[in-house]
Ligand binder design. Sequence first.
Ligand code: UD1
Ligand code: CA
Length: 477
Amino acid sequence: MSEIPNSTQPDSLAIVIMAAGKGTRLKSRRPKVLHEVGGRPLLAHVVAAASRLVDPAHIYAVVGHQAERVREAMASTGIKFVDQPEQRGTGHAIQCARAAIAGYQNVLVLSGDVPLIRTETLRHLIQFHQAQQAAMTILSAVPDDPTGYGRVVRAAPSSPEVAAIVEQKALAPDQLSIGEINSGIYAFKSAPLLAHIAQLTANNVQGELYLTDMAGLLRAARERVVALKIDQAAEVLGANTIAELVALDTSLRAATATRLMATGVTIFRPDTCVIDAEVEVAPDTVIEPFVQLLGRTRIGTECHIRSYSVVENCTLGNRVLLRQSCILADSRVADGAKIGPFAHLRPGSEIGEDAHIGNFVETKKTRLGKGAKANHLTYLGDAEVGAGTNIGAGVITCNYDGVNKHVTRIGQGVFVGSDSTLVAPISIEDGAYIGAGSCITHNVPAGALAVGRAHQITKEGWASARRARKAAETKSQ
Ligand code: UD1
Ligand code: CA
């Protein structure tokens, strides 16, 4: 068996991903391959699987419908693009990639809407293709329900060779019982593919050029066409409708939860949790039901993530307690911190070691030092809070003057009394003390007390006198 091409033989294997289709059956304005499963576009999954096999410089996505949008979404991956201005079928998509394919000995063709394909399976396919010395190798499977897929017609029962692929709509009555489906993933030898691809015709119900017809064409040209049947049909299911997309999303998330549990993470009722494919969680962390962990979230060991929290693109250290119903986005939480319930960490929040963010506290672009606390009903925006500082209930940083945002600096060991408003830009130095109910508009030096509130007036006996007067008035009426 020959080796899989690697970076030392860069021109031997190209990967072409067909991603130009409109996705009519989704009934959506968004291009099909940008619909998401597991929190990532379909095409991004396919590109990720392909990139683990060859360098992105050898991956070509065929784009057409809303090509600009698809290119933009994939720009950071480093893959190349081929235009298919009119979508005249999968065979036409590959015709459009002719020039790219010509530089390689073999080409792996993937479908942008078959996202669960694993790199291991692609590697197996290319090895099998080379061992079989085939011109075309079709990746096939036998799913529970083959309806809608093209079927693999073997040259003879249990032969590795394939006579043709027949699309669902063209199945003859005696072919309806064929359970083996075409996954839409193929390996080709470039030379025979390029030699015969011009022979495709649109002589079918859809009036399109079918790449699947290459099986019959190559066989007629006495080239070897084989199929590699895989056991896990779930890996090659496609997404043509919203229902199919949601089914893929469910199976992908189930796989992610299973992967995490296998590494020592406890997930209670994993069927209720939404965990994106790239999320990482260290062992001994417990995740309660109805939690969402999204994007590039990383969670350390011995954390406890309680129900109804949504965490997106955040890094949590070790032993972090996230109480119920917290929303965290693009933020960092250090070891031992306690957050919530009902806390909202907006982008740019950095919560220090052992710090506490309590009930109904909102933070944005705010750094809280080690052991600092903001336990109740507080807004901290564009703020720096030093270690050990206590922010009382209802404290608000007034960071916005209607035009610009300003910074509030609070030092270490500061005590900010409840219901104070801190009008930024402002600085409260280490160890200062702010009386409750203050409106602070001037900087407060270290160790000082600042009280910014009206003086209290107390009138002895006033209330009882008033009550007595009212009572007398009622009686005399
Ligand atoms: C295709 C196969 C079918 C197989 C199934 C597996 C054909 C004719 N049929 O059917 O045998 O069982 O995939 O999922 O190939 N695309 C382009 N340009 C086009 C048309 C399509 O790039 O002009 C892209 C689409 O964006 C999609 C992929 O090719 O990513 C497959 O096209 P789709 O229309 O979904 O084919 P199926 O009907 O699913
Ligand atoms: Ca499809």
